[in-house]
Design a protein around this ligand. Structure first.
Ligand code: NAD
Length: 290
């Protein structure tokens, strides 16, 4: 396929390189001047999109997605597919899909989970929204860039799945960290705490697969001085998107709201910026009830 790839950042560059390595003809653009192995550099987004069968975007937020989409939709050939893999608000995903459809294009929103390691290794999970025809067209690309793709529903459904998942993740990470901090103050050994909880009803991915306590459980960012992994500020972004969606949909999400407030405080005032999101544990350790 001819592929235009717009946004060659930490995630986009390795994803584009994997598509090129698989034999696709990839033309990429990023205003920061970043490049990716095997990818032809385009002068701008319109040049990357012209003549492409699929245009992939991997961008920081919904406002940037909307502005890039406005440029590239006009430049894309009829019947081509616009595949956005960024994490953005559901409304932006739906607005871009509507504009793409009006221009005779297919649109798929497919945010990812798996982080930079998954992008480099081609093991991402894609959660996709959009018509069946669009999903079918990009499925071979998902197979190169990832190990699993779930078609979640119509446009916006991929973003909805992503932010609901990450709202659970943020809340369970906080709950796991505050429970470790309470256990410390009760004199409970952390290894014993892990042994019990990881095989009891308090278990979760945060505890079992990504334990926030150093030296306990599987290897995780806690064992590497909380170097991300998944940065606290990215969790903050996703929790903001889930609260924005909850407001728009009139959903009652008090745990998500509290998780957002705690990550905001952590990132903005408590040294969390640049740390893994599991560094909530030392944050709780350093506090008392106040
Ligand atoms: P990044 O900041 O490294 O990359 C974004 C790129 O977009 C940058 O290189 C930037 O120059 C480029 N860009 C900005 N404005 C642009 C424009 N107008 N036109 C073209 N390119 C433009 O971010 P990232 O870590 O690669 O994340 C990308 C997306 O993936 C985000 O939405 C993020 O939430 C999501 N995501 C990231 C991770 C992760 O672990 N990094 C995991 C899952 C999802």
């Amino acid at each position: 396929m001819n592929i235009g790839f717009i946004g060659l950042g930490n995630m986009g560059a390795p994803m584009a390189a994997n598509l090129a390595a698989a034999g696709h003809n990839v033309s990429g653009f990023d205003p920061a001047g970043t490049t990716a192995q095997g990818v032809t550099v385009a002068a701008n987004a319109v040049e990357a999109a012209a003549g492409a069968d699929v245009v992939i975007t991997m961008l920081p937020n919904g406002a940037i997605l909307r502005s890039v989409a406005a440029e590239v939709i006009a430049a894309m050939q009829a019947g081509a597919t616009l595949l956005d893999c960024s994490t953005v608000d559901v409304e932006s995903a739906r607005a871009v899909a509507t504009d793409a459809a009006a221009a005779g294009l297919l649109a798929v929103d497919a945010p990812v989970s798996g982080g930079i390691g998954g992008a480099a290794g081609g093991t991402l999970t894609f959660m996709a929204g959009g018509f069946d025809a669009g999903f079918a067209k990009v499925q071979p690309l998902f197979e190169i860039m990832g190990q699993k793709a779930v078609h979640c529903g119509d446009s916006g459904a991929g973003q909805a799945a992503k932010i609901c998942n990450n709202m659970i993740l943020g809340a369970t990470m906080i709950a796991t960290c505050e429970a470790f901090s309470l256990a410390d103050k009760l004199g409970l050994d952390r290894q014993k705490m892990f042994d019990v909880v990881s095989t009891s009803s308090g278990y979760s991915w945060s505890m079992n697969a990504y334990c926030p306590a150093p030296g306990v459980g599987p290897n995780s960012p806690a064992d590497n001085d909380y170097t991300p992994g998944f940065a606290a500020e990215l969790m903050l972004k996703d929790l903001g998107l889930s609260q924005q969606a909850a407001e728009a949909a009139n959903a009652d999400t008090p745990m998500g709201a509290l998780a957002l407030a705690l990550y905001k405080q952590f990132v903005e005032n408590e040294g969390g910026l640049g740390k893994d999101f599991s560094a909530m544990l030392p944050r709780f350790e350093a506090r008392d009830r106040g």
